[in-house]
Design a protein around this ligand. Structure first.
Ligand SMILES: N[C@@H](CCC[C@H](N)C(=O)O)C(=O)O
Length: 283
């Protein structure tokens, strides 16, 4: 089967975007892995499948598949690329687009400067809803929230955890360039405390409004940026008393602006969305 695709990136987090608005598209996990493969396929951290609206109050649906072939709930950088994709392909003329994902409706808005702002919805902190197995762990109170002591690689690390629709664990470090991303990332990603695995963020606080972040993503390894990871890290940093409500996040692939006004409010993420090329692949 020949498949048309668009290669996109948001702050260096790269995607193969597929249009399934006119006809249903179901690939096998092996086919998704092949598309994501940087040597045998197109190459991507995630595959985004844009589909028709499943209900009258939304404009589209979109599904997200990690490079390992597993379908997941949410993707922040992908949401920005999704919005640019539907506009560029002439699928919508709106600049605020409501899209249904596996973890609810989000609303990307195209900005006049080409960046995209997304209402990512409200974060969730209850361990059971992340999901995070906190049984037997005493939370370490700090600020108005908690970090959890988790045993990994012979050490105990304090993790803050949240869901942005998908699960995140965040570890504060002094310097992201020297952080043990490849030592602790894979071990925490599939740690028994996280029954659905987890995205692992390494957060360096530069000031109350600026952080540096690296994320070892579930199902993809370290990416140049993770949008939901940036939302989770900032939200947890705010709850722990480290950060102000508006924070610039420096990733290895670009900068994201994250705003959160506190409990009950949605997280707003602003950043780039770029088309790299279009093509066709035999899959
Ligand atoms: N890169 C993404 C997140 C993609 C999904 C993630 N790896 C997961 O498994 O939850 C982003 O920008 O948010």
């Amino acid at each position: 089967m020949k498949l048309r695709f668009t290669k996109m990136q948001g702050a260096g987090n790269d995607f193969v975007v597929l249009d399934a608005t006119r006809q249903p598209l179901t690939l096998t996990p092996e086919q998704y892995r092949r598309l994501a493969d940087r040597r045998f396929g197109v190459g991507a951290d995630q595959i985004l499948i844009v589909g028709p609206a499943p209900a009258p109050d939304v404009d589209f649906s979109y599904r997200i598949v990690n490079a390992d072939g597993g379908e997941v709930e949410q993707c922040g950088n992908g949401a920005r690329c999704f919005a640019k994709f539907v506009r560029d392909q002439g699928l919508s003329e709106k600049s605020a687009i409501r899209v249904s994902t596996h973890s609810g409706v989000i609303e990307p808005r195209l900005q006049p400067d080409g960046r995209v702002t997304v209402n990512m919805g409200a974060p969730v902190f209850e361990p059971a809803r992340i999901p995070f197995d906190a049984a037997g762990l005493a939370a370490q109170p700090q600020g108005d929230h908690a970090q959890w002591p988790v045993e990994v690689a012979g050490q105990t690390v304090p993790l803050a955890v949240a869901s942005m629709g998908n699960p995140h664990a965040v570890l504060r470090v002094d310097d992201v360039d020297r952080a043990p991303v490849h030592e602790l990332g894979p071990k925490l990603e599939s740690h028994t405390r996280f029954p659905r695995r987890v995205n692992v963020g390494f957060l360096q606080v530069v000031s109350r409004s600026q952080v540096r972040l690296r994320v070892y993503e579930r199902g993809a390894g370290e990416t140049l940026a993770c949008g939901t990871g940036a939302c989770a890290a900032v939200v947890l940093g705010i709850r722990l008393g480290w950060l102000d409500p508006w924070v610039e996040v420096e990733t290895r692939g670009g900068r994201l602006g994250i705003e959160w006004q506190g409990a009950g409010h949605p997280v707003w993420m602003t950043g780039p969305a770029v088309t790299v090329f279009e093509g066709e692949i035999e899959i």
